[in-house]
Design a protein around this ligand. Sequence first.
Ligand SMILES: *Cc1c(COP(=O)(O)O)cnc(C)c1O
Length: 371
Amino acid sequence: MITLNAFQRQWDMIKAEAGEAFNRCGASGWYVLGKEVEAFEENLAKYLEVHSVSGVANGLDAIELGLRALGVSENQKVLTTPLTAFATTIAILKVGAIPVYVDVDKTGSIDLSKVESALKSDPTIKAFVPVHLYGHTLDLDWLEKIRKTYDLLIVEDCAQSIGSKFNGRVSGTVGQCAATSFYPTKNLGAMGDGGALFTNHKEVDQIVRKMRDYGQSEKYVHSLYGLNSRLDELQAAYLRSAVLPRLSKWTSRRVEVARSYKDGIKNKNLEIIVPQKGAESVWHLFPLLVTNGNRDSFQKHLSASGVQSAIHYPSLTIDQPYLKENGRFEVKDDLKTARTFASQELSIPIHPFLTNEETAKVIAACNEWAG
Ligand SMILES: *Cc1c(COP(=O)(O)O)cnc(C)c1O
């Protein structure tokens, strides 16, 4: 089976550095928020070319902490996309804010023209959590123009887009801050949970550093609201020594696999979701639309051909039972394109460890499908 992820292959490649990292942490006698976390934060800040990175417990917390650090609070409206991991919405709900949804565009990420219409018609919207879905970067020039015109607070959700660029600029640097996740399946994955908030604003970074650790400004002095959202030394050591040094090479391999899929997949019932012009995607996922309404049959065909696949995402955030029953939210348009994605999208395997034989097999399986 050609799987969506290949953790064993990854382990075989990195186990020497991972073992060293584990030994280093054990010997240090310091296990949470210490020198390893600091060193990893510094290296990641360099990789992303940002002022600072603060390691936290997971991606969901990173978004929540970002919103809190920007002062987003109860009953404020926060614009976001209905087509994403549910965590994006949970973070908004956790600060007591009201998520407001507009439709996505043909890349699957939020449609910035619809964002502008919503902001024009509803001046009470002051904050925005855009998601660079699938690793495809939003148009960052346009996003920046929107931020300035509407004086918006923006936390970019870069859980799927670590290191992706638009016209040379790194995703996560238009908003006042950005969140990412080190969940194992992400491009920069830990061996457990982890996340980070990154920013070019020193003040934002300082607030997050306190908030992630009970709001402490110094030991036993709690000057801010706080969470327990600390990053372990082990995860940080593993990420810094075994994963981050390989990220750029792994990303290049994802781009290569994406290129062979784009060149090779030719089936009138399949449409490849490509990023905006100017975007350098990090291809967290490789999404297709099955346009003839037979997604189930295509998924079965792939499975019978030895190719795993998954849907991102089978239902919109607003259709999740929790939000329907308990949440307060607003929807600004018909979400037509997002609904098309929910009913037609299917992701095929893309990861740095795919061989050329495997990608050829995936392409053949796609092309053989009669529809
Ligand atoms: C994974 C993910 C998150 C949440 O990250 P966790 O570390 O699982 O909390 C948030 N947003 C998006 C778009 C994601 O893909």
